[in-house]
Design a binder for this molecule. Structure first.
Ligand code: N01
Length: 513
């Protein structure tokens, strides 16, 4: 975004809470942190030179490698000089008389800006809300999203992991290898698909680079931001053998293809979904030796893909180790964290280290952590009290000239993030260019257009199996959070078409003054 803003001739200032660039990949340094999107797709497309020159070493890049990549991009485009690092924005207030934003940071700096672009991310504010007594624990409490920069030595120690979402599923096999004993506290069993990570294959890498433009375009027009073909048929329209063969092929290939490359109705038809869900359940049964543990790990309360599935390397097999214990919190819920460990209704588990893989106050948490006040003194926290209200996830009525990259009600987390980030950056840059050329000072959505988008996003979600399921996609994991759909789930391609139509119409649904 900064790169594009400079090219528009705007003077810019960035603020970043971390001491360096990288966002998610700066903070999430837990063992096993690795991207679930294949490296060749989880990367920028805006610079042909960059995408041709950069070489990924693995099929899925690890956190240190992605961080190196982002640092390289920052240096290559000379981005750091416009950023204040280790600086958190605490408040932003719209100044009606001056038609600008007044922004305040935790270092006491106060600046005024005509345009304000929020790139605070969808998954950055740790969710530790419902854990009584967490402050009492004598040992280290480490949230995966705030992992220390120095190595954490867990050799010979009793480690507890709370949470089995994507972060837990990635960290658990590695912590099991390092710890003296690992206890996993699981509330909701997750579907996990093998990543099948491997060293990058130079032949595939060269073929991708030769065809990058077309591949990127397919990502942009796709469901999930990947160039994968969805099988257009219903899972129920083909024979059981054919279904099994398709899912077996996707399982053996590994990765997000299993989620975004299966039958077209996996997320809309419960019976079709059962085909995918049963396939994964059967694999869990094969991987885990102890039947009771296998059953506890098997998701039966939600359809496949309605909570974000994890990708793993040896996750289920980890439970075959003698030094790993699974505690089923559905059967025996957490009572509290004590000085010595974690107590459930059944027992107290003594621990030396407690790892919280408990996720984030997703999609709106980081935005609402700032005191954002728009037109007529209306706070964003007040406006979004019953759930986020945006037009296209890009802007919210009453908050002129405030843009949100991957904001709520845009596809964002429901897809390969860089595809969506670049599309938002392009849209915002195009909008600003239009304003500068035409002498506009302010832009904001109309309330009617915004209401229409909020209703449309809810209708789309209601046509899928997603809406009814408790997850961080629906705000259910944070006590008191509005229970609505947060990402837009019609797909990256359909969403892009909607955004492009707005631009082509001269910003229909927005007021430009
Ligand atoms: O967080 P999560 P995450 N008591 O919210 C449990 C992206 N990501 O950090 O499901 C007990 O998924 C909670 O239980 P439940 C990806 O989009 C990407 O793992 O609420 N348990 C759940 O098991 C992902 O989806 C990558 O019943 C509690 C877990 O903690 C998103 O980030 C890697 C609890 C939280 O799971 C978030 O993933 C990692 C409590 N009080 C993450 N509170 C890659 O691309 C929470 N839990 C590789």
């Amino acid at each position: 975004m900064l790169h594009r803003l400079r090219r528009l001739g705007l003077s810019t200032r960035g603020y970043e809470a971390g001491a360096g660039v990288g966002g998610t990949w700066y903070w999430n340094r837990y063992p096993g942190a690795r991207c679930d999107s294949e490296s060749v797709y989880y990367s920028y497309s805006f610079s042909a030179e960059l995408q041709q020159e950069w070489e990924w070493s693995e099929r899925y890049a690890s956190q240190p490698e992605i961080l190196r990549y982002l640092e390289h991009v920052a240096d290559r485009f000379d981005l750091r000089r416009d950023f204040r690092f280790s600086t958190r924005v605490v408040a932003a207030r719209f100044d009606q008389a001056g038609s600008c934003w007044s922004v305040r940071t935790d270092t006491g700096e106060q600046v005024r800006a005509r345009f304000l672009v929020s790139a605070v991310g969808c998954l950055s504010l740790p969710n530790v809300s419902a854990l009584p007594g967490v402050g009492n624990f004598r040992g280290p409490v480490l949230h995966t999203g705030r992992w220390p920069h120095e190595p954490v030595d867990v050799a010979g120690r009793r480690v507890g992991v709370l949470g089995t979402g994507s972060s837990g599923v990635q960290a658990i096999p590695l912590l099991a290898e390092q710890a003296g004993h690992l206890t996993v506290f699981q509330r909701t069993p997750n579907y996990s698909v093998p990543a099948r990570n491997a060293p990058a294959d130079p032949v595939t890498g060269a073929a991708v680079k030769a065809d990058y433009d077309a591949i990127r375009e397919r990502c942009r027009r796709s469901l999930g931001g990947f160039p994968f073909d969805v099988d257009p048929r219903s899972a129920l329209s083909v024979s059981p053998t054919e279904r099994e063969d398709l899912y077996r092929g996707l399982w053996d290939t590994g990765g997000m293809r299993f989620v975004f490359g299966g039958f077209a109705d996996v997320l809309t038809d419960r019976a079709a979904n059962d085909v995918a869900a049963d396939f994964v359940r059967a694999r869990i049964g094969e991987a885990v030796r102890d039947p009771a543990t296998a059953e506890a790990l098997t998701p039966r309360d939600h359809p496949f893909g309605t909570r974000r599935p994890a990708l793993d390397t040896g996750y289920y097999e980890t439970y075959n180790r003698d030094d790993v214990t699974l505690v089923d919190l559905r059967r025996t819920p957490v009572v509290e964290v004590t000085e010595r460990g974690l107590r459930t209704t059944e027992a107290e588990y003594p621990l030396d280290v407690l790892v919280l893989a408990t996720g984030f106050d997703a999609m709106t948490g980081s935005m609402l952590a700032m005191d954002v006040v728009g037109r007529d003194g209306v706070a964003l926290r007040q406006k979004w009290i019953d759930g986020p209200r945006t037009l296209l996830g890009l802007m919210s009525a009453g908050f002129p000239n405030l843009f949100t990259i991957t904001g709520p009600l845009s596809p964002s987390v429901f897809s390969n993030m860089p595809t969506c980030i670049e599309q938002h950056v392009d849209w915002i840059a195009g909008c600003l260019d239009h304003m500068l050329r035409n002498g506009h000072v302010l832009i904001e959505p109309t309330v009617e257009a915004e209401d229409g988008w909020v209703e449309h996003a809810a209708r789309v979600a209601a046509r899928t199996l997603l809406g009814a399921v408790d997850s961080w996609w629906t705000g259910a994991d944070v006590p008191g959070k509005p229970r609505v759909g947060y990402p837009y789930v019609a797909g990256v391609g359909a969403y892009r078409t909607a955004c492009d139509a707005v631009t082509a119409s001269g910003y229909d649904g927005f007021v430009l003054t």
